[in-house]
Design a protein around this ligand. Structure first.
Ligand SMILES: [Zn+2]
Length: 397
């Protein structure tokens, strides 16, 4: 298993001859630049090659006129421990997803742990342990932000304070535990927010036998930071209710692969009509019942762009910069000071699209030619995507 220690340093890396630079910024999705300079994992320059200090690099990446995009951020996953999912009994699923262009994953709760504790001391201990474990161990280099407790009845304000002080920054999906009423969820979500813990809520029908419905009124009353899988995970609320959520709430609109695809498109279009495209973020909800989805994020981008008729360069922002801003992450955007987490892509071989963006708008997924996290190359040509027409070349000095 290829795993870099989180503290490994890239040195100086020059990425040049970029044909298309996707910024991740919904207000300016394409940058007029062909070069990125990275020092020890952080972007230090973005621009034209002649204007950048490219001397004395440890590595030079010739992108060969293909595309560089911020690494994709999966806003909704359910990790357990290490690179193993007991839900589908698979090893290596996170590293495999990195081959699909994902460089950061955000836990919506470690709910697949066999025998998961539901008592308050136990659920807090699990959250702290998961946060620490993934902070210390990055499968394939992927940044897994984990330690997302499922709230249960009986928790007090002090529990949230203690979690925050222990390094927990996320709540797992509200509604997966015993707290299912809107008023109860609202109180705990507010406590979490007071101590800097971000919250997400399960939206829609039950995901597996034993879980329950969370309807639009509960979502609105709970007022979590993220309307988790607004298109259901798996079962969606009626389309009119989803549109009402987009309109009446100002929180993030999360659309997942593991949900209703028709409503995924409806939710994205509703957000665009409401002139709030910056609220749309994407996830997979893997590995849930639909399984491990190494290309789930790229498939969501192709789905929304092709059937949703949304320009591909905007949809890539839903999977990168929007999520980074809403989740307050130092990645997801190509700008000075951000983490050098990138996915290098080109049109897949033999797609009908004449270039990368057109191929995505036609519904094809791109070929990944390389993935970089913190300035370090994590994979070359992806073993999962269709082959990219051209792939970057790396020269070491
Ligand atoms: Zn859910």
């Amino acid at each position: 298993m290829a795993t870099a220690a989180p503290e490994a340093k890239s040195g100086k890396v020059v990425i040049k001859n970029i044909g298309l630079m996707l910024s991740g910024d919904i207000d300016k999705p394409i940058l007029d630049a062909d070069t990125i300079v990275v020092v020890d994992g952080i972007i230090t320059a973005v621009g034209k090659e002649k204007d950048c200090d490219t001397a004395y690099a440890n590595a030079v990446v010739d992108v060969r006129q293909t595309c560089v995009c911020p690494g994709l951020i999966d806003s909704h996953v359910h990790p357990v421990f290490g690179d193993w999912t007991p839900r589908q009994n698979q090893l290596g699923w996170i590293e495999s997803t990195m081959n699909g262009g994902v460089t950061t994953m955000i836990s919506a709760g470690e709910v697949h742990l066999p025998g998961r504790p539901k008592d308050i001391v136990g659920l807090k201990a699990l959250a702290i342990t998961a946060q620490r474990a993934f902070d210390n161990f990055r499968p394939g280099g992927v940044k897994v932000l984990a330690g997302a407790p499922i709230i249960e009845k009986g928790m007090t304000e002090n529990d949230f304070k203690e979690l925050a002080e222990s390094g927990v920054g996320l709540l797992g999906e509200v509604g997966l535990g015993s707290v299912k009423a809107g008023y109860e969820a609202q109180e705990m979500v507010a406590w979490a927010r007071k101590y800097g813990i971000q919250s997400t809520i399960h939206t829609g029908g039950p995901s597996i036998p034993g879980s329950g419905l969370i309807d639009k009124d509960v979502v609105l009353e709970a007022d979590a930071d993220v309307i988790g899988h607004i298109n259901g995970g798996h079962t969606s609320l009626p389309e009119a209710h989803v549109c009402e959520l987009c309109e009446k709430s100002s929180r993030a609109i999360e659309i997942v692969h593991n949900g209703n695809e028709k409503i995924a498109i409806a939710a994205a279009q509703a957000a665009l009509q409401l002139k709030c495209p910056h609220r749309i973020i994407l996830g997979t909800d893997g590995p849930a019942g639909s399984g491990v989805q190494p290309l789930g994020m790229l498939r969501m981008v192709a789905l929304l762009s092709s059937l949703g008729n949304i320009p591909a360069e905007l949809v890539f922002c839903f999977a990168t910069g929007n999520t980074a801003r809403i989740r307050k992450l130092n990645c997801g955007l190509i700008e000075v000071g951000r983490a050098a987490d990138f996915v290098f892509m080109d049109r897949a071989q033999h797609t009908a699209g004449r270039n990368l963006l057109e191929s995505v708008q036609l519904g094809d997924i791109p070929g990944v030619g390389m993935v970089m996290i913190d300035g370090i190359v994590r994979c070359g040509r992806s073993r999962n995507t269709p082959p990219a027409t051209e792939v970057p070349e790396v020269r070491w000095h």
